[in-house]
Design a protein around this ligand. Structure first.
Ligand SMILES: [Zn+2]
Length: 302
């Protein structure tokens, strides 16, 4: 009997049975909602997820757009950072939430312990998701300054949800960096081009160099004229500092060092400030290790 069921192709009886459990008014992307259905038998957690959705149906019917498709759902506890400090222990009882992932948004429906919609709902359009993370039964979704901490989810469901959120292409909003050699677009700041292998300069290295001495990071990135100006400026500042410090210390001993302390602060500020600026500059675009943008002169090896 069991063996027969295991051999049954997907699309057979278990799928029909689950479909009967799902709310009729909601469109569901079946293979994402029930990824392990191939074994041919409805698992308890699949049944629970279908029931969860049916209980949320009254909210979904009103909240979703006509063409919107539900991809996944799970019920857990929504943790707020400040809540941890205040009512942390009560939180699991007060904050049960059904999370519904659709092709457009993450919908949070506050529920009672039986997963019936209760007090309020929130949503996060997918294009507002900035990052997702988590492990075990935790799912983190970051948008702007806020981070949603969602936990108390079954581990397998948490993993499934994280996978689906990861594949949300729209979370990579904003500008894309182009490889200065082959002009392949990328969303991040990689160390080398995925397509042509061109290596890029590291923002960290650039910042570190500027921290050691202002201008060095810019020099490393290839902004040589600008780097020279910075190096000259910083050298003058150091000269001023030393020419103030040394005579003062010679005259008054260590107390004399206080005279030069404002200059020291200014020096520290210029080193740190330039490190941060250089880092920001390095991260605004991909800086190729052995070249700049093509100007008409042939690229080495191009
Ligand atoms: Zn490239």
């Amino acid at each position: 009997m069991l063996r027969c069921a295991a051999l049954m192709p997907s699309g057979g009886q278990p799928e029909e049975e689950l479909k009967a459990l799902l709310p009729a008014s909601i469109a569901v992307r079946f293979e994402e909602m029930f990824p392990y259905l191939r074994s041919g038998r409805i698992k308890r957690r699949d049944r629970r997820r279908a029931e969860m959705l049916r209980k949320a149906e009254p909210v979904l019917q009103r909240a979703l757009n006509p063409m919107e498709v539900v991809r996944f759902t799970t019920n857990g506890v929504r943790q707020l950072t400040w809540w941890l400090l205040t009512a942390g222990s009560m939180n699991p009882f007060a904050n049960r939430t059904t999370l519904v992932l659709t092709d457009r948004r993450v919908l949070l429906i506050h529920t009672d312990s039986k997963q019936r919609p209760r007090m309020f709902a929130n949503q996060l359009p997918l294009e507002r998701i900035r990052a997702t993370a988590g492990r075990n039964s935790y799912v983190f979704i970051r948008s702007g300054r806020e981070q949603l901490m969602f936990h108390g989810v079954k581990r397998t469901e948490a993993r499934q949800l994280r996978g689906l959120l990861d594949s949300t292409a729209t979370k990579k909003g904003g500008w894309q960096n182009l490889c200065p050699r082959c002009f392949t677009a990328t969303d991040g700041v990689p160390t080398a081009c995925e397509k042509c292998g061109e290596e890029f300069k590291s923002a960290k290295k650039a910042a570190l160099r500027s921290l050691i001495f202002p201008g060095l990071g810019d020099f490393y990135l290839g902004y040589r004229k600008y780097a020279m100006l910075e190096i000259i400026g910083a050298t003058l500042l150091w000269a001023l500092f030393l020419s103030t410090l040394i005579p003062a210390v010679m005259a008054k001993g260590l107390e004399g060092a206080l005279v030069a302390s404002p200059l020291l602060a200014l020096l520290a500020l210029s080193h740190i400030g330039d490190a941060l600026l250089t880092r920001a500059k390095a991260r605004t675009g991909l800086h190729s290790k052995d070249g700049t943008l093509p100007t008409g002169d042939a690229w080495p090896g191009a």
